[in-house]
Design a protein around this ligand. Structure first.
Ligand SMILES: *Cc1c(COP(=O)(O)O)cnc(C)c1O
Length: 471
């Protein structure tokens, strides 16, 4: 399997070459040259597999530069009941007739990002050992990504993590999750500033090519293909749990920010998994909902990006969206560049409303969308508690709201649960007047000793810190 860039670069790469990379050299995103097709006989074979083996089967179709036995061992080590809480790994719960929640949030940090990041940690360790190399991961987080990366990389050989976050701006639970890690290879850096300052620092350090090379700086952001690929697996696992046979269509609703999660659903559908509809759920930051309703993709400025009660979906642009648009325009790189380089660069938006391709988003690719507000979120949390005695987090509530607007009789609707309520307790308390339950392993974490340094919002200060902690 070879990988290409959405922007048309001539190079073709193999999986392990792009594993440790971010963007392609021309600024595009990597995608497989073709989507492997899965027929009904294969689906029948996969239906009864344990999650780790299903993951191995799917990953094998995209990874041909890791020996099968090694890849199998990596999957087996990653997807265990010990790490993810149950043998099913992603158990499905029926809320009411035909509406399901797929639990993706029972990993170490209680958000779905663990599903991919845990695999990435093991893949990185494997590949770095094979190369005799080291990697220093530099990231910026306002919560879920940073903690998922740290819990995936803690104690891994050859990897250090330097994670910046805005000082005092994460929830106490999120801070405790990250700062209580005592592993020597994990470095928490609290920046005096906001999340954008953290992102600017990461950009500035990455743009210093001499520093980047000398200190082998890498990232684990959501455009990483391996992360996306890992997420494809749970669409298959959800499908098998929601159906009794492989001729039945299923729809999925996905709380979306950077379009990584739902893009994995798109890949699963392109492989032949019988997905009828993919519902993209957004909060007030509705760039994606606007596109699927109107055909106009309009990136927001920082000042127009709302701070909401589903903060992991607070995005101004959706960094994985280019992957889907590439397929939407028939994999025409010239057209893709026109949209993402020329139009977005010049005006901050592009408009496909009059383009025949736009109709295909719904008709051929099955996309729908929905949007919710803080009030919707609270109402959905209350309603789900009252009618089904089930607590959901604000992001999952965004999903459930959009899902209810897109139900088709006879087609199961699977809503992806992207975090547990305890991670976003303040909003759950606002909705219900009570604290959500806390898994045992997180009892009292706020009182644990914290391992974090404070630095000013200055790339030079962060570089000096990295240099000092790299030998
Ligand atoms: C990251 C995240 C999302 C958004 O996922 P994308 O892949 O960026 O679309 C939604 N919910 C939660 C809880 C998250 O952590």
């Amino acid at each position: 399997m070879n990988y290409l860039s959405t922007r048309g670069h001539a190079d073709r790469k193999r999986f392990c070459e792009i594993l440790l990379e971010g963007l392609a050299p021309d600024g595009g995103l990597y995608l497989p040259e073709t989507y492997p097709q899965v027929d009904t006989a294969t689906l029948a074979k996969w239906r009864t597999l344990p999650y780790a083996e299903l993951a191995f089967e799917i990953l094998s179709l995209y990874i041909d530069d890791i020996p099968a036995a090694d890849l199998k061992a990596i999957c087996a080590k990653t997807y265990t009941a010990e790490v993810f809480g149950t043998d099913e790994i992603v158990p499905l719960r029926e809320l009411e007739d035909g509406v399901y929640l797929e639990a993706l949030s029972n990993g170490p940090t209680l958000a779905f990002k663990d599903m991919a990041m845990q695999l990435l940690g093991n893949l990185f360790e494997y590949e770095l050992a094979r190369r005799g190399a080291e990697l220093n991961i530099l990231g910026a987080t306002s919560g879920d990504t940073g903690s998922a990366a740290e819990y995936a990389m803690r104690g891994k050989k050859g990897v250090r993590v330097f994670m910046t976050s805005p000082d005092g701006r994460m929830s106490p639970f999120q801070q405790a999750q990250m700062f209580s890690l005592q592993d020597a290879n994990i470095h928490n850096i609290a920046i005096t500033g906001v999340f954008d300052d953290c992102q600017d620092i990461v950009k500035a350090v990455s743009n210093d090519l001499a520093f980047k090379r000398k200190y082998r700086i890498g990232t684990v952001n959501s455009i990483n293909w391996a992360r996306l690929l890992a997420q494809v697996v749970y669409y298959f696992a959800g499908y098998f749990q929601a159906t009794a046979s492989n001729d039945k269509p299923v729809s999925f609703t996905v709380p979306s920010g950077n379009f990584g999660n739902v893009c994995a659903g798109h890949v699963a559908r392109m492989m032949g998994l019988p997905i009828q509809t993919l519902v993209v759920a957004t909060n007030e930051n509705d760039v994606l909902d606007e596109f699927f309703r109107t055909g106009v993709y309009r990136v927001r400025a920082a000042v127009d990006t709302h701070e909401t009660s589903s903060p992991s979906m607070d995005i101004s642009k959706a960094s994985n969206f280019e992957r889907f648009v590439f397929d939407l325009v028939g994999r025409d790189s010239a057209k893709l560049r026109q949209l993402f380089v020329d139009d977005l660069g010049l005006t901050g938006s592009f408009d496909l409303s009059a383009d025949p391709a736009f109709k295909q988003a719904a008709e051929r690719f099955g996309f729908r969308s929905g949007r919710s507000t803080h009030a919707d979120r609270l109402a959905m949390i209350r309603d789900t508690e009252k009618r089904f005695a089930t607590l959901i987090d604000p992001h999952t509530a965004d999903g459930l709201k959009a899902a209810r607007e897109q139900l088709t009789p006879g087609v199961p609707m699977v809503v992806l649960e992207t975090a547990l309520p305890i991670k976003f307790a303040a909003t759950v308390v606002e909705a219900l007047g009570e604290e959500p339950a806390r898994p045992k392993k997180f009892e009292g974490i706020e009182a644990l000793p914290k391992r974090v340094v404070q630095l000013p919002a200055d790339a030079e200060a962060v570089k000096a810190y990295i240099a000092e902690h790299c030998d």
